[in-house]
Design a protein around this ligand. Structure first.
Ligand SMILES: NC(=O)c1ccc[n+]([C@@H]2O[C@H](COP(=O)([O-])OP(=O)(O)OC[C@H]3O[C@@H](n4cnc5c(N)ncnc54)[C@H](OP(=O)(O)O)[C@@H]3O)[C@@H](O)[C@H]2O)c1
Length: 354
């Protein structure tokens, strides 16, 4: 196959999904696939299904002016995400059978059970669609079930954007580290908390720094997920499940957020040539994995102490390569959108037999 023609279904059409679509348009000449969007589902902005393809500029304009996508639909009706997936799996049965149907799941993180994202992924795989998601929920709550389902239907379940945006973590390990066991990891993997701690060091107020992260579209829809450490716990669970063979959920991770830290605390640490950072870690103890997220007082020689603003880093402890570090200097919506793009490109390469 020369240039696979992919049919995309967008479940969730918020900041990340909209940037993904504009990024696909901006990079069209560099892409090894062509695409159309045949379905979009949102929670408050309606849905649209059109197997022949949706005018994406109009769809973006409609959602950004807070109107309903129903007006783009020839037969508008109330549908949940799962209904859109099933309708398109039927309407685009040939694309699905040929492995050219891709569900892009970008609904918000639900920290109780990872729903409805887990059900969206399950329904898409059952409809023979590949799945790409930036939502941590599916890998954090149901990685093993979804991975087994994907394998049983010869489709892929990819979630590079769930941790460190588009900087490769899962794909790096999967593609370039064969026969390696990951025994643990340690990292700073929540940009919002790192930004707030950096701003506190400079004398800014906690609430103002958080408001800036919300205004820039980087904080979670519910920012308490960031500052109470839930987002980092969900990422930790996804990493443990996918890379260490653990079977945990975010609720298993010992968790303390940064809510109670003050400017005084972080500046006092700086005065002693140290830094406080929200550190996520996991390690194996016998047959068990221990996982935690908590603020740590780091010596200036600790590589995590050099991370400021939106920087993230993850250090993997491996059996054959020792410690392997992945650093992300700054992060933004484009990088998250790129994670989706890179996963879709993997699907395209798979279709080409590469
Ligand atoms: N923003 C980032 O920098 C970033 C980075 C890495 C990962 N992520 C992850 O990417 C995902 C999307 O983030 P975002 O910033 O794009 O969020 P967002 O702007 O809040 O968009 C979320 C989208 O999901 C829709 N939605 C929510 N629940 C739904 C449901 N049950 N069925 C169908 N649609 C539903 C929302 O619809 P309505 O708008 O109509 O409610 C909206 O279109 C999240 O899981 C987030 O954790 C985000």
């Amino acid at each position: 196959m020369s240039r696979p023609d992919l049919t995309l279904v967008l479940i969730g059409f918020g900041k990340v999904a909209r940037r993904f679509v504009t990024l696909l348009a901006e990079t069209a000449e560099r892409l090894d696939f062509s695409w159309k969007v045949a379905g979009i589902s949102t929670r408050h902005h309606g849905s649209v299904v059109a197997a022949s393809g949706i005018d994406m500029q109009r769809a973006i304009g409609i959602v950004e002016s807070r109107q309903s996508l129903d007006r783009l639909d020839e037969a508008p009706c109330e549908r949940r995400g799962i209904d859109v997936i099933r309708q398109l799996a039927d309407a685009c049965a040939d694309d699905a059978a040929e492995g050219r149907l891709v569900c892009i799941e970008t609904t918000v993180l639900d920290i109780d059970r990872g729903e409805p994202a887990v059900s969206h992924v399950r329904a898409a795989l059952e409809g023979q669609a590949h799945v790409v998601t930036a939502n941590k929920g599916p890998a954090a709550f149901a990685y093993h079930e979804l991975e087994a389902l994907a394998e049983s239907v010869d489709r892929v379940f990819l979630f590079e954007g769930a941790v460190m945006d588009g900087v490769p973590v899962f794909n790096l390990v999967r593609d370039t580290m064969p026969a390696i066991a990951i025994d643990g990891f340690r990292g700073v993997i929540n940009a919002t908390c790192n930004f707030i701690l950096s701003e506190l060091e400079c004398g800014k107020e906690f609430d103002r720094a958080l408001a800036e992260m919300q205004a820039r579209g980087i904080a979670e829809a519910d920012p308490s997920l960031d500052i109470d450490g839930w987002d980092a716990a969900a990422k930790t669970a996804a990493l443990v499940n996918a890379m260490m063979g653990g079977v945990i959920t975010p609720h298993y991770v010992q968790r303390t957020g940064i809510r109670d830290l003050t400017g005084l605390d972080v500046r006092e640490a700086r005065g002693r040539n140290k830094r406080i950072r929200l550190v996520a870690s996991a390690s194996r103890h016998g047959g068990r994995v221990q996982a935690r997220v908590e603020p740590e007082l780091l010596d200036h020689t600790d590589p995590l102490a050099g991370l400021v603003d939106l920087d993230n880093a993850l250090y993997l402890t491996t059996d054959l390569l020792g410690e392997v570090g992945i650093v992300q200097r700054g992060g933004n919506l484009t990088q998250t959108a790129y994670a989706l793009l890179s996963d879709v490109s993997r699907i395209s390469q798979r279709l080409k037999g590469l």
